[in-house]
Design a protein around this ligand. Structure first.
Ligand code: AMP
Ligand code: MG
Length: 410
């Protein structure tokens, strides 16, 4: 979309190298190339005996064999297997040259004289893990733009990569607008004045931003005044890549964020045809370009004040923007076809809707009864969203597009 093009066109965030040990969740900025193959040598997948099949064939089913060597994990195991003998071998140990199968110890009998017989007929190559079967030398095991998962860290370690080149974390300034907002802890629930609202957006937006790989500076609550809003935005622009605001970006005269952005830079997008989330805004806030390595403007993203709208636009619009800024490639959440067990008979005729839904035990979807943009319990209850085209009614049994919350956060 428009917003993603803007992220892609922005100056990419610089790279940095971090210890693989500390790289969980970071976005890889360069392909990671294996300088060796994995496994580095043919090795045994089991505890047992390394054998030469032709020797076993020759000697017949009842024959016993001398155990001519013992190879444990960590041994070089480079002594060839002497003809007519077998080698005691353990999981992960190199297969001696000349051996072409491993018989598991459960299929082996050790006689009183120490010789070994086999109760099953081995196949060629059985229980041998071949050199390079996991990773080939020169292979790109991880690609630029991947977010490093736990498995990725293990894979990087398996090729000996101690450091990884990743994208610098976007520095995001977060501010809440609204004279009605009170902070939990500063005001007791019983003392919340009439007209007051606890600041919920600040809590979930900070958590979302952190999970999306950002370094968050929380700038607190900005009063509903143009001068204060301008001042905070200008200050935030100085040393952040992105400014995220909540509230104050709608059409009322107490909404000062829009005019403040227009005064300090430019408002490039305003209002999107989605529900919830219409009053979404994107713009730029100018800054002194001499600040090292920064664009001459910070990105501005204005999220709606209504908590559900703020949450949904945080996932659906802000998330892909932030991921693209970090150079991430897979940023589209794939909708899963799922069966609705609910009715939606008065869809918005003009706006694409994101309904809060939950999976039932059979994998079908139930809808939260209250789809209002202020009903945060619907988000906490839900497993995800149904992405519903404008004007589309839904009846039980219909297949709809399900976007699981979990997919937005990996
Ligand atoms: P606004 O977009 O500023 O007009 O706010 C729309 C609605 O969202 C109002 O009911 C606000 O009280 C509410 N709201 C705005 N910001 C927050 C917030 N940070 N936490 C909870 N509710 C908020
Ligand atoms: Mg407001």
């Amino acid at each position: 979309s428009n917003l993603l093009d803007r992220a892609a066109a922005a100056t990419p965030l610089a790279c940095e190298t971090v210890a693989t040990w500390d790289a969980d969740g970071r976005v890889l900025a360069q392909d990671l190339i294996a300088e060796l193959e994995v496994p580095g040598f043919d090795n045994s997948a089991m505890d047992g005996y390394a054998v030469r099949l032709s020797d076993l064939l020759h000697a017949g089913a009842e024959a016993s064999f001398e155990v001519s060597q013992r190879v444990a994990a960590g041994a070089a195991g480079d002594a060839p297997l002497a003809s007519g003998t077998v080698a005691r071998i353990f999981t992960g140990a190199p297969v001696p040259p000349g051996a072409d199968a491993v018989v598991i110890q459960e299929d082996s009998v050790v006689d009183a004289d120490g010789r070994v017989r086999f109760t099953a007929e081995p196949r060629a190559g059985q229980n041998i893990r071949r050199a390079g079967e996991d990773v080939a030398r020169g292979q790109a095991v991880l690609e630029a733009g991947q977010r490093l998962s736990a498995a990725h860290l293990g894979l990087a370690a398996s090729i000996g990569a101690a450091r990884l080149t990743v994208c610098r974390k976007p520095r995001v300034a977060l501010l809440s607008t609204g004279d009605e907002l009170a902070m939990p802890g500063e005001v007791a629930p019983a003392d919340l004045p009439r007209g007051g609202v606890f600041n919920s957006n600040r809590f979930f937006l900070r958590a979302l931003l952190q999970r999306l790989g950002c370094e968050v500076t929380d700038l607190g609550i900005v009063p509903d005044r143009l001068d204060a809003t301008r001042q905070t935005l200008a200050q935030a622009a100085r040393d952040h890549d992105v400014i995220v605001t909540s509230g104050g970006v709608s059409v009322g005269e107490e909404d000062h964020v829009k005019p403040a952005v227009q005064a300090l830079g430019s408002l490039e997008l305003w209002q999107v045809a989605i529900k919830p989330g219409k009053p979404f805004a994107y713009g730029r806030v100018r800054r002194d370009a001499s600040a090292a390595g920064l664009d001459d403007a910070a990105h501005f993203i204005g999220l709606p004040g209504n908590p559900v709208s703020s949450y949904v636009t945080g996932l659906v619009l802000l998330r892909p923007f932030l991921l693209r800024l970090q150079g991430r490639r897979d940023i589209v959440v794939q909708a899963l076809p799922a069966m609705a067990r609910f009715t939606w008979d008065a869809p918005d005729p003009k706006r694409r809707e994101f309904l809060r839904v939950r999976l039932d035990a059979s994998g079908a979807l139930e809808r939260h009864a209250h789809q209002g943009s202020g009903v945060l319990t619907s988000v906490a209850w839900a497993d995800g969203l149904v992405d519903n085209p404008a004007g589309q009614t839904i009846a039980p049994g219909d297949v709809v597009r399900f976007l699981p919350f979990s997919a937005f956060l990996d």
